[in-house]
Design a binder for this molecule. Structure first.
Ligand SMILES: [Zn+2]
Length: 425
């Protein structure tokens, strides 16, 4: 996402939509991944942009492709599906049912003159965010390297919560570079992970910046992780990611052909599909995890009035505009455990009626986090993990000139390490 409308006005910019911007870091310490020497060495401060070929070579050298296996979407032998009561599920010997990674807002753009020009103009603004578009290829390289270790250690899949690239409004990306970025992202996933699945939901910056719509995104990134079963006509999907657990990937750009202000929408047919998925999963005693780009609820404590919104957020540009319809569907059920979102470039976590709503910091901006989610028989553990690129982290921290925004982007302690007790325990 990017800054609020007022941010852009203050910066004297005439962005047609929100783009690169917001969020950031609390002084409290978060939980970070152990040091990964191989991954760390794959990224050093850049003195000049790497070539695409050198970038590919670095990914190949750091990824252990041969050790990865495709996700088992069907029944897994060490797990039992939930019984009729919804209260029984056996854990693997280490007590973890499954683990997955959540990444978001990578805003990937390959090196080019257009990227350099955009970055120069953005760098010259007196008020600016911390998004490192000019380093997005190096950051993605590091992120994929770390995720390859996560996959090799038994992670089941990764989920990208949108804005993988720099399409949509505000970046003014040439159309050929938009498609090139989509293809390079998909290719690098394959280089890093083989068939290990990465699921994507679309964000406003995944929209075709020239033609509008998501046709190219659906064909190139929207099919990621779905094998040959994907239907390119719609952007929403349902997956059984473990016995008793259903992942619903929502298309919150449904009916929003152009990115004018960053907002999201869930279309009528998708609402009907969501209602059916919720009914079916309830009948099957499955638990549900949602993912979509823009927000459904305000990231404030549950006890606070839902009408209250932190000043760094905008009711229109940061949310699904018909979120009330989506929330009304969710309110009819009690088995939606988690809902993951991107867009606001900040770590937040809040609950509403038993569902935990999580927003992710941007991969391409301070605090440069991704999340690891571990599902256990009695709890879900949600933690932030750091992209190990200290020089770029500091560069991004210093780039954001907006008061207190780094603090906000980093998030409160709860948003960086939470344990959700499951109701049957
Ligand atoms: Zn966005």
């Amino acid at each position: 996402m990017p800054g609020t409308k007022s941010d852009f006005r203050q910066a004297g910019q005439k962005f047609a939509s929100r783009c690169s911007a917001p969020c950031s870091r609390r002084s409290r310490r978060c939980v970070c991944t152990p040091s990964l020497p191989a991954a760390r060495s794959a990224l050093s401060p850049l003195t000049s942009p790497p070539t695409f070929e050198s970038w590919q070579a670095a990914i190949r050298s750091s990824a252990r492709v041969s050790s990865l296996q495709p996700l088992e979407l069907a029944e897994s032998p060490q797990l039992d599906a939930l019984g009729e009561s919804g209260k029984h599920i056996d854990a693997a010997p280490n007590g973890t049912l499954f683990r997955f990674a959540v990444i978001s807002d990578t805003h990937f753009w390959l090196p080019s003159r257009a990227r350099g020009d955009w970055s120069s103009r953005s760098d010259a603004q007196p008020e600016r965010d911390g998004l490192l578009v000019s380093d997005s290829d190096a950051i993605l390289q590091q992120l994929l390297s770390q995720l390859s270790h996560f996959a090799a250690s038994g992670g089941s899949f990764a989920l990208h919560a949108g804005d993988a690239v720099c399409g949509g409004g505000s970046f003014h990306q040439p159309p050929t570079e938009y498609e090139r970025a989509l293809r390079a992202f998909r290719e690098q996933q394959t280089v890093a992970f083989g068939n290990w699945p990465v699921f994507h939901v679309p964000g406003n910056h995944d929209i075709d910046p020239t033609e509008g719509g998501l046709a190219k995104w659906r064909r190139i990134l929207g099919t990621s992780g779905l094998g040959n079963t994907s239907d390119l006509e719609v952007g929403y999907r349902a997956l059984r990611v473990a016995p008793g657990w259903r992942l619903l990937l929502l298309d919150s750009m449904d009916g929003v052909p152009h990115d004018l202000d960053g907002h999201g929408h869930i279309g009528e047919a998708q609402l009907a599909w969501l209602a059916a998925q919720l009914d079916e999963s309830a009948a099957a005693s499955e638990q549900v995890i949602l993912a979509m780009h823009q927000l459904l609820v305000s990231p404030v404590d549950e006890g606070v009035q839902e009408t209250e919104l932190p000043g760094w957020l905008d009711w229109h540009g940061d949310f699904v505009d018909n979120r009330a319809e989506v929330l009304a569907l969710l309110a009819r059920h009690s088995h939606v455990r988690l809902s993951f979102h991107g867009h606001v470039h900040a770590n937040t976590l809040t609950t509403r009626h038993g569902t935990v709503f999580v927003t992710n910091a941007a991969g391409g901006e301070y605090p440069m986090h991704w999340r690891e989610v571990s599902v256990h028989p009695c709890e879900i553990r949600i933690r932030t993990r750091a992209i190990e690129a200290p020089a770029l982290l500091e560069k991004s921290r210093l780039r954001d000139t907006r008061p207190n925004r780094n603090h906000i982007k980093r998030g409160e302690q709860l948003a960086n390490g939470a344990s959700v007790r499951l109701p049957w325990c």
